[in-house]
Design a protein around this ligand. Structure first.
Ligand SMILES: NC(=O)c1ccc[n+]([C@@H]2O[C@H](COP(=O)([O-])OP(=O)(O)OC[C@H]3O[C@@H](n4cnc5c(N)ncnc54)[C@H](O)[C@@H]3O)[C@@H](O)[C@H]2O)c1
Length: 279
C-alpha cells in the first residue's frame, strides 16, 4: 500500500527495541513510503541487538543516546544532520519506562526517585528532544513530531501507576512546545493515544491482558495494532496533515468515545448485580 507519502523526507526515530515495538513498525512503513532516517535507542537497549536488523532492513544508521541526557541528544542531532545532509522533517518519540511499574509498586506506595525517572524518561525527554532540536534548528519548516501516549492521561487505569502522570505531562508538553515551535518554524507537534498493544513496554503493565481484552471488546473497531499505529504516524509525518498541531489524537478503534458496549454486556458481564450482596 506504499504511496511515497514520505518521499525525500528525513527523520529520526526513537524507541525501536524489537519487532513488536511501535517504533519498529513506524520505521518499516516510513522506509516503504520513501523516507530516510536514523534510529536511536538507549545504549543498554542496543545490547539486545535487534535494532541492527531493522537498520539493515531499512538502510538506516543506528546512533545510541539516552534520551534523558542533553549532551547525548546534541551529539545525536549533530550526527543525524550530518548523515542526512541537513535538517529533519519528522521525529518519532516512542519511549516510555517506569521503574515503579517495572517493580510492581502500587500507586499508593510510589518510590519518588522512581517517579522522577518515570517522568524524565517518558515525558520530560520529549521536551529535551524538542529544546535541543529548537536550539540547533534541527527540524525543517513544516516538520512533524509525534509522541506516543495512552488514555490513562485522561482516565484512571488503576494498575498503570505513575505512567499516567507521565502521559498527562507528555501531552501537555506537546501542546506547550507546539505553540513555540509552530511560531518559530511551523513545526507541528502531536501525541497519538494508542490502544493497548502487545510490546515489551505494554505487557510490563500489571493486568495488561485485561486492559487489552476490555478495550478490544469496548471499541467498535477493536484495538488498533502497532501496524495500524504506524500507518497513522506516517499520515502525521506526511504533507496531508500540515495544519494539525498541539493535539492528542486518539488512535484506538473508538474506545475513547465509548461508555459501555453491547459486546461487553453480552459477552463479559454475566453478573446481575448480585455481587453487591457480597460486598
Ligand atoms: N504498548 C502499549 O500498550 C502502548 C499503548 C499506548 C502507548 N504506548 C507508548 O508507546 C511508546 C512505545 O512503547 P512500545 O509499546 O512500542 O514498547 P517498547 O518497549 O517496544 O518501546 C519503549 C522504548 O523506550 C526505550 N527507552 C526506554 N528508556 C529509554 C531511554 N532512557 N532513552 C532512550 N530510549 C529509552 C526502550 O529501549 C524501548 O525501545 C511508549 O511511549 C509507550 O508508553 C504503548
Amino acid at each position: 500500500m506504499a504511496n511515497n507519502l514520505l518521499k525525500g523526507k528525513k527523520g529520526l526515530i526513537f524507541g525501536a527495541l524489537d519487532e513488536n515495538s511501535i517504533a519498529w513498525k513506524v520505521a518499516e512503513k516510513a522506509k516503504q513510503e520513501g523516507a530516510d532516517f536514523v534510529l536511536s535507542n538507549a545504549p543498554i537497549a542496543l545490547r539486545k541487538g535487534d535494532i541492527f536488523k531493522l537498520a539493515e532492513k531499512t538502510g538506516s544508521e543506528v546512533i545510541p543516546a539516552d534520551i534523558t541526557q542533553i549532551d547525548e541528544l546534541e551529539m545525536l542531532f549533530q550526527e543525524t544532520m550530518n548523515l542526512m545532509k541537513g535538517g529533519l522533517d519528522f521525529i518519532l518519540h516512542s519511549v516510555g519506562m517506569s521503574p515503579n511499574v517495572r517493580k510492581g509498586y502500587p500507586y499508593m506506595e510510589l518510590d519518588y526517585n522512581g517517579l522522577s525517572k518515570t517522568l524524565d524518561v517518558s515525558a520530560i525527554s520529549l521536551h529535551k528532544v524538542l529544546q535541543t532540536a529548537y536550539k540547533m534548528d534541527a527540524i525543517n519548516e513544516w516538520g512533524s513530531v509525534v509522541a506516543l501516549s495512552y488514555i490513562a492521561a485522561q482516565r484512571t487505569f488503576s494498575s498503570y501507576g505513575d505512567m499516567a502522570e507521565a502521559k498527562a505531562m507528555l501531552e501537555s508538553i506537546a501542546r506547550s512546545f507546539g505553540y513555540h515551535y509552530g511560531r518559530k518554524r511551523r513545526v507541528r507537534i502531536n501525541t497519538v493515544s494508542q490502544s493497548p498493544t502487545l510490546t515489551k513496554a505494554g505487557t510490563g503493565v500489571k493486568g495488561f491482558d485485561s486492559f487489552f481484552s476490555f478495550a478490544n471488546c469496548m471499541s467498535p473497531l477493536g484495538n488498533a495494532s502497532a501496524a495500524h499505529c504506524a500507518d497513522y504516524c506516517i499520515s502525521l509525518f506526511s504533507d496531508y496533515t500540515r495544519m494539525v498541531t498541539m493535539q492528542n489524537l486518539y488512535h484506538d478503534g473508538g474506545y475513547a468515545s465509548m461508555g459501555i458496549s453491547d459486546h461487553l454486556i453480552q459477552n463479559c458481564f454475566t453478573c446481575q448485580g448480585d455481587c453487591f450482596e457480597k460486598l
